[in-house]
Design a protein around this ligand. Structure first.
Ligand code: HXC
Length: 536
């Protein structure tokens, strides 16, 4: 029993009666607390970040959140030292600042990795702090925003670091479609760490400082001999234009964090809430004559669909997602008469607005986001079809096009389709046609809806007749004219109820606003199932 006492109380020679200690005063305790907090808050190497052209983690949170609203959790958390070696314990915060605050008065949960502590690498305590704020985000229905700046799994903590990442990914998937998730990449984001932004709804990257890849340039060189820079492998341009991993690319951190605030201002806090509404803007009677001048009636002449969007939405203001990736389809969040909407439009200035594998993926993911978070969809159609060719077919054009089809068919939010000009074949169907469930279908007098263009159609259905004709060209001209008159005139779909109204382009904003007002209370029960099986 003597040994036991030794173990519990230390060796006998140090077990001597201590003089009674006076309890410290409240003032002293408060001073000690303030001093410790000051030390922790100023421990991040602001200078080092600045020398890398970056803000510190705390400066980033200041720029992101409403002033004075950040409440930090787990500031004292650290990696414990080995027994008998308290000096081996890690620094406070363990390299991540976590907590909650508000953006435009609405609560969000946040974390910001601190590259100045062990390269922002993710160890056990670091991961546990992120898990805690993610759990709070889910239980309180709050958006979660992660500011990433990290060398990835903390190598010295081995499998516990990997386990920490797994816990983040699992929580992200559980939170998917429940609370909006935003990932901001403000430094390196290497290895499996890149999956966190990939699982988020929106990923921001800042030019020059943000990098994302599964394996860095050194590993690439060792495995394949390929020499590539960090920027060429996974810089903001690569992910904003080629891979589609980044939804938004910003020039600097301040403007990036301002854009995050703008995005959050248009999102509901969770899937049980409606997106925040602003006061109506009198859109229902707002005629926009400029609309009639934007779209050339000749169907092969390009124009910028963003000009149409700017006329239809409040204040001409919209936030375009994936601006640099698949520019042949435009996806944007905006407001119409104070209500948040998601706009999907074909873009005639880019590959004539054709749908291809990447455009289908981009639009499908956007439609699914809007549907999950109660954001009405407005689809502006001017599409010549799906892009033909071996490259597309071999690249899975059918599978990717099916994603967009699936996304629209599944969407239960208010849906308004506006056929601005061309709408051909499968691309007509997939761009929110009546057959796949649009609520209100409107068309401009320039609409051209058909299985295919007149020339192609005549070649197929009158091939024999033309081969036998004395003057095939004259016959072709006559047949093309007849096809256009009979099957492609601007009231063909309206005569059959597939278009509800052929509207004056100038009235587009007004009619869409009135349609959305009707649809605001739309309720479409969906059958119970575990989950669908979207073609991935
Ligand atoms: C522990 C790390 C670290 C890591 C960086 N540091 N990454 N410590 N674990 N993963 C430390 C460095 O030792 C250094 O400490 C400080 O952070 C800054 O790093 P530097 O290399 O000096 O900075 P820089 O030159 O800017 O380079 C940044 C970097 C590089 C590109 C991120 O550090 C790097 O390549 N790190 C390793 C990246 C990586 O391979 N991570 C593991 C990926 S696998 P001192 O004390 O010197 O300041 C992975 C699996 C996740 O993440 C799996 C999830 C499924």
């Amino acid at each position: 029993s003597d040994r036991l006492v030794d173990v519990l109380d230390g060796p006998a020679e140090v077990r001597r009666p201590r003089p009674p200690l006076a309890a410290p005063t409240m003032t002293a305790l408060r001073e000690r607390r303030d001093e410790l907090r000051d030390r922790i808050m100023n421990s991040g190497a602001v200078e080092r970040q600045r020398s890398l052209g970056k803000l510190s983690a705390r400066q980033r949170l200041e720029a992101l959140l409403d002033e004075g609203t950040f409440l930090e959790f787990d500031m004292y958390r650290r990696r414990p030292g080995a027994p008998g070696d308290p000096a081996a314990q890690g620094p406070h915060t363990d390299g991540v600042i976590a907590g909650f605050g508000s953006i435009e008065g609405r609560q969000v949960c946040v974390y910001a990795q601190d590259f100045s502590i062990a390269g922002g690498s993710l160890g056990e305590a670091h991961a546990a702090k992120i898990h805690k704020v993610m759990d709070l985000a889910l239980s309180t229905g709050s958006p979660i925003i992660g500011l990433n700046d990290s060398g990835g799994a903390r190598i010295q903590e081995g499998v516990m670091a990997l386990n920490g990442y797994g816990g983040i990914f699992r929580r992200q998937v559980q939170a998917s479609g429940v609370v909006p998730q935003i990932s901001v990449v403000l430094g390196p984001c290497a290895g499996g760490a890149a999956y966190s932004p990939a699982l988020a709804d929106f990923t921001f990257m800042v030019r020059d400082i943000a990098k994302m890849y599964l394996t860095g340039p050194d590993v690439v060189a060792a495995v394949s001999g390929e020499q590539v820079s960090h920027e060429q492998l996974g810089g903001a341009r690569v992910h904003g234009e080629l891979s589609g991993v980044a939804t938004f690319v910003s020039d600097d951190e301040q403007s990036c964090l301002e854009d995050v605030r703008y995005l959050v201002s248009m999102l509901p806090r969770n899937n049980l809430e409606q997106p925040p509404r602003l006061a109506p803007r009198g859109a229902a009677t707002d005629s926009r004559p400029a609309l009639a001048g934007i779209v050339p009636s000749a169907s092969n002449k390009p124009y910028d669909m963003r000009q149409v969007i700017a006329e239809v939405v409040d204040d001409g203001a919209y936030l375009e997602v994936h601006e640099g990736w698949a520019p042949n389809v435009v996806c944007a969040l905006a407001r119409i008469d104070g209500d948040v909407v998601g706009l999907v439009g074909n873009q005639p200035t880019s590959s004539a607005g054709v749908l291809d594998t990447v455009a289908s993926q981009k639009a499908a993911r956007f439609v699914r986001f809007c549907d999950a978070f109660n954001i009405a969809l407005v689809t502006l159609v001017d599409v010549p079809g799906f892009l033909p060719g071996t490259e597309q077919e071999h690249g899975g054009a059918i599978r990717h096009g099916a994603k967009l089809m699936y996304a629209y068919c599944e969407a239960s939010v208010p849906r308004v389709q506006v056929i601005v000009r061309k709408a051909y074949g499968g691309a007509y169907i997939v761009m929110d046609s009546r057959s796949i469930g649009t609520d209100i279908s409107l068309a401009w007098p320039t609409n051209e809806i058909a299985v295919m263009g007149a020339d192609g159609a005549v070649n197929i259905i009158h091939r024999k007749q033309m081969a036998a004709a004395d003057d095939p060209e004259a016959l072709r001209e006559q047949l093309v004219g007849r096809y256009k008159d009979e099957l492609m005139h601007s009231y063909y779909a309206a005569e059959r109820g597939l278009v509800d109204e052929v509207i004056d382009p100038a009235q587009t904003r007004a009619v869409v606003a009135r349609s959305l007002a009707l649809l605001r209370d739309k309720h479409r029960p969906v059958p119970q199932r575990k989950h669908g099986n979207i073609p991935l």
